[in-house]
Ligand binder design. Structure first.
Ligand code: F6P
Length: 518
């Protein structure tokens, strides 16, 4: 079997990238390296170039988009129509027929290029809403291989999605897939409802029949590389990464509340700033004792709704700082730039509260990274929106409604006042969840469902080296480690050292440059 991954953007790795790339990119690349394979998609550039680059046993096949394609396929239909409606934001949804035609055109062009590269035993794994009709286009060109799709963002009910012109036609193309993966059970239910209501499909449990095709729908909540992130966080503290040192100096003993998101309206950044302002107004004794650091790297700035959010977040932060700040204390710092993963891990660990309050989110990996980065002996508290997919798994966070400013403000207060024993109890449960459903678990479960072959049998996966620990073994060990428990086969001293945040193995290297926040 050879694996073919298709995603909107493809970054060809350079020699140093392994340490800096985000969890998903690394997980997919690892899967490709295991099986040998092909990663196909947009180069991220505007032009007319198409090229293939070989890195080990992985071929990266990338193509530029023309400016017209970028406008219609990427900025237009994907990000002004599909993105808002998938995030339940009908009011922000801007549909243009020409954008939809451009979207279909790019999918057709990708299918034409990809069909020529497919081999008979390839398994094809397509990612994200930009590429929904790609499998149907491949089938039209005679591709009969197994094709899976993973939808990284939410999927709304048929009532909401049905408002999008051509939604029934678009949803119908999903029948070309053998397996559709969603982040949560709610997304699966909504998707099945959409296929039944909008397209007249027949449901049989988790399978949906449409015409001659049968598609399996299943939830696969995506995870992170918990162990790698935990190590990054511990290393960043020891190595005093520059932005952290500066933060430490400027904050002194003050507590830190942190938010980290792409500058996107789905993330609820403006609402979060307002909630922090409300918290300071309701609890004046906290003024001067705590600051909010919001890291918000700009994103999709050519889309007008994003430009508006950029302006609004500056305005709200400026107003709140002017109203509530003191000459020696700035309540809110909004930093619109990306940081290395090492620096982010260090910021998370320094923060007493992780504020993850999207208005709607497929999963939200920041919630998982915040937990992974905590010091097990003195962890911070996660405040999490009930509308993030992560809330389905992370019930031990303080779950809030991001539309309720007062509720979020009170959760900040509760988090800051929470006794250490309760913080540790919640942290241990959350850590256990994210570790047992990490990125490796996600990838293996998805590929098992798509190929129909349990990867652990070795029938699909290359044989493990003799003496290599199984994934189950290492997950159990790491979960125990996070709890500070003695791990069978290890000395007590070593497991205690790790639980206390000491380095267990060589750090993965400082990330010299920044990576996107999903
Ligand atoms: O989560 C959906 C997603 O499209 C990711 O695939 C991507 O990394 C992220 O949003 C950022 O989007 P963009 O590629 O438009 O900057």
């Amino acid at each position: 079997m050879r694996l073919v991954v298709v995603s909107n953007r493809v970054t060809i790795p350079d020699r140093h990238e392994k340490a800096t790339a985000g969890g998903l990119a690394v997980a997919l690349r690892e899967a490709l390296e295991k099986y040998g394979g092909l990663w196909f998609g947009w180069s991220g550039a505007v032009g007319e170039d198409t090229r293939q680059v070989q890195r080990g046993n992985v071929t990266y096949a990338v193509t530029d988009l023309t400016e017209a394609e970028r406008q219609s396929y990427y900025l237009g239909f994907s990000n002004r129509a599909l993105w808002p409606i998938m995030h339940y934001r009908l009011g922000l949804t801007e549909f243009q027929r020409s954008d939809y035609m451009g979207y279909l055109g790019v999918n057709r062009r990708f299918a034409r290029a990809l069909a020529g590269l497919i081999q008979p035993d390839d398994v094809i794994w397509i990612h994200d809403y930009h590429l929904i009709p790609l499998a149907a286009e491949l089938r039209r060109r005679g591709v009969t291989n197994r094709i899976g799709y993973f939808h990284h963002i939410p999927w709304p009910s048929a009532d909401v999605l049905g408002a999008l012109p051509f939604s029934a036609t678009l949803v119908r193309t999903l029948a070309a897939y053998d397996l559709i993966g969603m982040q949560t059970e709610l997304d699966v239910r909504n998707l099945i409802g959409g296929l039944v209501d909008l397209c007249g499909a027949r449901q049989e449990g988790r399978r949906v029949r449409l015409g001659a095709r049968e598609t399996l729908m299943q939830a696969f909540p995506i995870g992170i590389d918990v162990e790698a992130f935990r190590r990054l966080a511990a290393a960043s503290v020891r190595r005093a990464v520059t932005p952290l040192r500066a933060t430490r100096e400027s904050l002194g003993e003050r507590k830190l509340v942190i938010g980290v998101d792409r500058l996107d309206y789905s993330k609820g950044i403006v609402q979060r700033l307002e909630a922090f302002g409300q918290f300071l107004r309701s609890h004046p004794e906290q003024r001067g004792n705590v600051s909010l650091l919001q890291i918000a790297p700009p994103s999709r700035s050519d889309v007008p709704e994003y430009a508006e959010l950029d302006r609004m977040s500056d305005e709200v932060a400026g107003r709140l700082n002017a109203q509530l700040g003191e000459f020696d204390w700035t309540p809110i710092r909004v930093v619109k730039k990306a940081y290395s993963r090492t620096a982010l891990a260090g910021f998370y660990r320094r923060a007493q509260v992780g504020l993850v309050t999207p208005m709607r989110d497929g999963m939200n990996l920041v919630a998982k990274e915040y937990v992974a980065a905590q010091d097990p002996a003195d962890p911070g508290v996660l405040v999490l929106s009930r509308f993030a997919g992560a809330a389905q798994q992370m019930g031990e966070a303080l779950i809030v409604n991001p539309y309720d400013t007062h509720e979020v403000a009170e959760a900040i207060r509760t988090a800051l006042a929470m006794p250490k024993s309760e913080r540790i109890r919640r942290f241990e449960q959350l850590y256990h969840v994210i570790e047992t459903t990490d990125i490796d678990w996600w990838r293996r479960r998805y590929l098992e469902a798509l190929t129909g072959v349990p990867l652990s049998t070795g029938a699909v996966e290359p044989p493990r080296k003799t003496g290599t620990r199984t994934k189950g073994d290492s997950a159990t060990r790491r979960a125990s480690r996070a709890k500070g428990a003695a791990v069978p086969g290890r000395t007590d001293t070593k497991s205690r050292a790790v639980a206390a945040g000491h380095k267990a193995s060589p750090h993965p290297g400082d990330a010299g440059h920044s990576t996107p926040v999903r």
